[in-house]
Write a protein that binds this ligand. Sequence first.
Ligand code: C6P
Length: 413
Amino acid sequence: MNIQTTALDVAKIREDFPILAREVHPGVPLVYLDSTATSQRPRQVVEAMERLIYHSNANIHRGIHVLAEEATAAYEEARGKIAKFINAPSARQVIYTRNTTESINLVAQSWGRANLKAGDVVILTEMEHHSNLVPWQILAMEKNLRLEFIPVTEDGLLDLDAYRELLTLEPKLVAFTQMSNVLGTINPAKEIIVLAHAAGAVTLVDGAQSVPHLPVDVQALNADFLAFSAHKMLGPTGIGALYGRKELLEAMPPFMGGGDMIKRVELRSFQPNSIPHKFEAGTPAITEAIGFGAAVDYLNQIGMVAVESYEQEIVAYALERLAEIPGVRVFGPEAEQKGAVVSFLLDDLHAHDISQVLDMHGIAVRAGHHCAQPLHDKFGITSTARASFYIYSAFEEVDKLVAGIYKVKEMFA
Ligand code: C6P
């Protein structure tokens, strides 16, 4: 298939990602199919970070010299871009964190500790990443909460009838992933939130996989919290974001204490800063925030509608090609309900063996439980091999994956 026939000029996009041109073994080019774990970064992101480091490096919100003011302005400008990207009503509602995991822990430790009490029900789903399970398990142990789970059906969808039943328990919180990192399932976030609100629950959306791949509008969703990471959306590691509804954020106690999160400190007491700074204790990842902003610029220039539709095409193609291979079992729904993630098994092979042989052919996929052990338990398996795609993934790379899987079959025949 000719990559130029699709909505994105993938060949041109690839030029912005020097890593995609490397060989991983002598004469063996890289086929990077692990963007769900972390995406690659374009030159534009690296250059924005380099500009900050070489030109305006200083701490933020502290100095009044030129460099400090430039760094502060760049840091806050990036926050504004991120807020606009998810259509947050105000940049003050976007808190910089280290990643999705920290964003969810912030909600659990701050909002959860202040608002949940023994016997309260929290609804999660069976397809959650450990990052949206363990923080609630920790809090449940401390507070004696009741955790309930929306079941996943055989075809990898959430059972919404079971969800409606669970809502009769009058949960205080519904926290769910908008896109599964294993099945690729795109959950009906809006419907889940409408139902949760009608039952009186606060909602948290794990956007680690959705924000990089789909247009996400927090006002249209009416989400109370949304957590996401820069490194999965062309940005650097070490920075992520938490969006929150203003009234909730303002009422929440600080998550961590330290510099910048205070208005005034006395020996025995402090007055917290206003949002978002109340939640940003200590010197933050300043350079990375600028990189995050540049990643958002890059995605905006392509357009998230185009990103989503390209990924729909490539995942449909991948599913079609994988279905040709005898012995391949793909997990998750059909292409229409799926993001660009394909988890699979081959014959009775272990996912690590599949991945290792693919790697010999330059193909990088992830193998394991993908930090979603309960979901693998549900399907009666311990691991899967997972190929995932992004805007720089070419249709030819799907063909290389398929050829690689045939090589795996030959090797273990
Ligand atoms: N999933 C994967 O290979 P962090 O690590 O905090 O940036 O993101 C955590 C996280 C939370 N929710 C979902 C749905 C995710 O997919 C992830 C990260 C990666 O699938 C790394 S385990």
